[in-house]
Write a protein that binds this ligand. Structure first.
Ligand SMILES: Nc1nc(=O)c2c([nH]1)NC[C@@H]1CN(c3ccc(C(=O)N[C@@H](CCC(=O)O)C(=O)O)cc3)C=[N+]21
Length: 281
């Protein structure tokens, strides 16, 4: 068997077209376009690439982008003042502070300073709490994108055995909450999990967000499973790869996401979705 590829890029393109029409509807009715402020601190090349992708997505969809950049030496107080200004700016619907931040800045304090109704990353404790209590408002973009991608490619969740490998605040944990919300029997594994191979082998839906190339061995995957690889690792030769041993996993899975072209484009698209939602609520 060779798994069918789940084409996140093409699902993301479709969603972006839908968002583009919605934004066109908003502006046609005389309202201003939704606006997203992106705050980038320092010169990390990967962060610059990701933020540029987000700004390009804004252009495609008709969202106004307010690109803000700060030197790596900015203080916590200065960054907080910037957020306060954007919180109070009626022309700004969404605020995204690209992570990671330099060491002198407490990213928890920054995330908690963003008004929950402008928190388009969905990282504020209010938004995570709403998701945990099954009343989601603004949802973390990557897990939300995984669910939307799987739904649009025909996956069902009710009563199905799902596993998340990786329990980070921004990806693994909210991914577990999304799967619970969708009705899956959900296991979240992490660095203290014993017998990870056995846990993975029991799952019908396997979602991996660890950040280590080849961490999930292909022969752990149950025949017929759906595999979603959230990992993005750059190899020494410059190529991108995920956390799953792709070639072997592909021989066992029914469906699998590629890296690149899988989850990444969905993340950016759900950020646009959240920005339009923040502008229209
Ligand atoms: N506040 C905040 N919000 C984020 O959402 C956030 C962040 N900080 N910090 C960094 C991570 C990473 N992230 C990605 C988004 C898109 C791709 C993406 O589009 N990837 C393409 C490939 C891009 C490439 O070629 O490098 C793909 O997988 O096909 C990747 C990674 C968002 N993040």
């Amino acid at each position: 068997m060779s798994a069918k590829l789940i084409d996140g890029k093409s699902i993301a393109d479709t969603l972006q077209q839908e968002l583009r029409s919605r934004v066109a509807g908003i502006t046609a009715s005389g309202r201003r376009a939704p606006a997203l402020a992106t705050l980038l601190v320092g010169a990390d090349p990967a962060s610059h690439v990701y933020v540029r992708n987000k700004r390009l997505a804004c252009e495609r969809i008709g969202v106004r982008s307010l690109p803000l950049e700060f030197g790596s030496g900015i203080s916590q107080a200065e960054l907080l003042a910037e957020i306060e200004r954007l919180n109070n700016d009626p022309e700004v619907d969404g605020i995204l502070v690209q992570l990671p931040l330099p060491a002198q800045i407490d990213s928890t304090a920054i995330i908690e300073a963003i008004r929950p109704d402008k928190d388009v990353d969905g990282f504020h404790p209010y938004n995570l709490g709403r998701l945990a209590q099954r009343q989601p408002v603004l949802r973390p973009c990557t897990p939300f994108g995984v669910i939307e991608m799987l739904r649009r490619s025909g996956e069902t969740f009710y009563g199905r055995r799902a596993i998340v490998v990786g329990a980070s605040n921004h990806v693994g944990r909210p991914m577990g909450l999304e799967l619970l919300l969708a009705g899956a029997t959900t296991t979240v594994c992490h660095r203290f999990t014993r017998d990870l191979a056995d846990e993975v082998a029991r799952a019908e839906i396997v979602i991996v967000a660890v950040g280590k190339p080849g961490f999930i061995k292909g022969d752990w995957i149950a025949p017929g499973a759906t595999v979603v690889d959230i990992g993005i690792n750059r190899l020494p030769d410059g190529k991108l790869c995920g956390d799953v041993e792709f070639d072997v996993a592909r021989q066992r899975a029914a469906r699998i996401t590629p890296v690149p072209g899988g989850v990444g484009p969905m993340t950016v698209t759900m950020l646009m979705h959240n920005t339009v939602l923040a502008a229209t609520r």
